[in-house]
Design a binder for this molecule. Structure first.
Ligand SMILES: *Cc1c(COP(=O)(O)O)cnc(C)c1O
Length: 372
């Protein structure tokens, strides 16, 4: 591996001194986890920043989703309509709850669930819709909510890519019945590992609090079969430090994003998602820079991936294969009609983007793509 290797992402961090200073009080309190004061402080700061009515922090985004689904108590074997064009966590969270994922195709324009194809997938076993704001592209929230209301379904958003995005004056996490966020080290905002559920129904507050703490209700009562999904104080403090820098992180990403777009615009066979119908009020959080490698490009998607790799540039095929086509599901879903999702999945490549990615590196990557 070349020493000047460029990876698809690089975690943002506060200065060493800032973090060490911030964790010092833990050596006095010895309160390291179990909803300590930093956990509480991060919940309250994130609630404000994300512009959401309620929030519950979790150990990671995956457990946030698993427990958000569990909180509704759907009968075993119920169906959830979802997208296969996502990180495997979205599908696993459904299956691990002993529910059945029903895969809906996505829109070629932005990769989010195609709301016009949801209704014909509804059966008497359907209980919820689980869309993903993939790459920070906002789903058709109004269209999805209308279907959910008509059929009395819950809407659970995987908003892992949408940190800080506002939509029509509210935080993106205010829509649907619940939304989940991931604060993994590779995301725009992180707590090393971490995540959250956001919601407005107050009844969910205690429910999620108990579920993330083994279902323990009080000292002698375990009311349900919960998990351990608590965020510890070291992670909460990393979050507090990172939150102070979030505006810089996003605006630096934006510069790289726009430079890529300028350089790659008009390159034969390379498409970038543009003219997306639903964007956040403040645009995007610039979490990813996906490109589509079309048939008119001289190399295949995999060919371009290999060529960049030879030059020490490690891109990712996010999201290939579709979750529905993964080995763990054997061939259960491979015959489904997921034409647009499979096409996107075969063409997509996400390019390196992070706060301090050198502008010259952006140029170098664009040059390889333009075959200079
Ligand atoms: C990152 C991610 C998750 C999982 O979050 P973790 O914090 O890594 O557990 C879930 N869904 C999507 C779309 C993601 O990108």
């Amino acid at each position: 591996m070349a020493s000047d290797a460029v990876f698809v992402t690089k975690s943002s961090m506060p200065s060493y001194e800032e973090y060490v200073e911030a964790i010092r009080p833990l050596w006095d309190s010895h309160w390291l986890t179990n909803m300590g004061c930093y956990h509480e402080q991060l919940e309250s700061e994130l609630k404000k920043y994300l512009n959401v009515p309620e929030i519950s922090l979790m150990v990671n985004g995956h457990m946030a989703l698993e427990l958000a689904i569990q909180a509704f108590g759907f009968p075993e074997g119920s169906q959830i309509i979802t997208t296969p064009f996502t990180f495997i966590s979205t599908t696993h969270a459904i299956v691990r709850n002993r529910l059945e994922p029903v895969f809906c195709d996505v829109k070629p324009t932005d990769g989010t669930i195609d709301e016009t194809k949801i209704e014909k997938l509804i059966t008497e076993k359907t209980v919820a819709i689980l869309p993903v704001h993939v790459y920070g592209h906002v789903c058709n929230i109004e269209g999805i909510q209308k279907i959910a209301d008509q059929h009395k379904l819950k809407v659970i958003y995987d908003a892992a890519h949408c940190f800080g995005v506002n939509y029509r004056g509210c935080g993106i996490g205010s829509y649907g019945d619940v939304s989940i966020f991931s604060f993994h080290a590779t995301k725009v905002f992180h707590t090393i590992e971490g995540g959250a559920v956001t919601f407005s129904n107050l009844a969910l507050r205690d429910k999620l609090y108990n579920l993330k703490n083994f279902g323990i209700q009080d000292e002698e009562t375990v009311a349900e079969v919960g998990a351990n999904a608590k965020m510890n104080e070291f992670c909460a403090i990393m979050g507090l430090c990172n939150l102070r820098r979030i505006e810089t992180v996003i605006s630096e990403r934006r510069k790289r994003f726009e430079y890529y777009r300028e350089l790659l615009k008009g390159v034969e066979g390379i498409e970038i998602f543009e003219g997306i119908e639903n964007t956040g009020d403040n645009g995007s959080n610039y979490a990813y820079f996906p490109i589509l490698v079309k048939n008119s490009y001289p190399l295949s998607r995999d060919g371009l991936y290999d060529k960049l790799r030879e030059k020490g540039i490690y891109t990712r095929k996010y999201f290939y294969p579709l979750t529905a086509d993964q080995v763990c599901f054997h061939d259960r879903y491979t015959k489904l009609d997921l034409v647009c999702a499979r096409a996107l999945s075969a063409q997509v490549l996400t390019l390196p983007i992070y706060e301090d990615l050198e502008m010259q590196t952006v140029e170098r990557i664009a040059d390889v793509i333009m075959r200079k």
